[in-house]
Design a protein around this ligand. Structure first.
Ligand SMILES: [Zn+2]
Length: 180
């Protein structure tokens, strides 16, 4: 009885274990770190920011709106900022395609935010609401949500569908980044 009660109480996403520090070896180091500075578009306002690579780890913020450029709460994109982010960012960009009516999307949202915080200085994570902007989802042939797409230098490098916890999201990003 005790065991049955315990399993009934189990949450779909148990409190996440502490996320280990993550390194994104090739994707970031190969190219971006060799350059003296990187272009980081602000996912919140669209401003293009130039950030010295040595300062990437210091929680750089947008010159215009002062929000975190990487590592902060994932921004809700509109199509214009979405295009600018994936086309111009020197860091890998991971977009969570979601919708308010999608239960698994809502369950994944805090996990995606945790992953974003863990990837400060290494990647930019942002969200695109496919109910508000269905044409953006159609452009990438999104047939089910949540779907994450990893973009690098304007091109799709990988995609993954289905709700995931933060450690799985991080493992997926790390695995795909090491292939690039
Ligand atoms: Zn901004």
């Amino acid at each position: 009885m005790q065991e049955e009660f315990a399993s009934m109480q189990r949450q779909p996403f148990p409190a996440a274990a502490k996320i280990p520090p993550l390194s994104l070896p090739s994707l970031v180091l190969n190219k971006a770190m060799m350059e003296s500075s990187l272009i980081l578009p602000c996912a919140h306002c669209g401003q293009l920011n130039r950030v010295p690579s040595a300062k990437l780890g210091n929680r750089p913020v947008c010159a215009t709106c002062h929000q975190a450029l990487t590592g902060g709460k994932p921004a809700e994109l509109d199509p214009e900022r979405f295009q600018k982010l994936i086309q111009r960012s020197d860091l890998p960009v991971i977009i969570d395609f979601w919708a308010p009516w999608c239960g698994p999307c809502k369950m994944m949202a805090p996990e995606f935010a945790k992953a974003a915080a863990s990837l400060a200085g290494k990647a930019i994570l942002a969200k695109l609401n496919t109910q508000d902007y269905p044409q953006a989802a159609a452009q990438f042939g999104i047939s089910g949500i949540p779907t994450m797409i990893l973009f690098h230098k304007g091109r799709e490098a990988a995609r993954k569908s289905g709700a995931m916890q933060a450690p799985q999201i991080l493992a997926w990003i790390q695995s795909e980044s090491s292939k690039a």
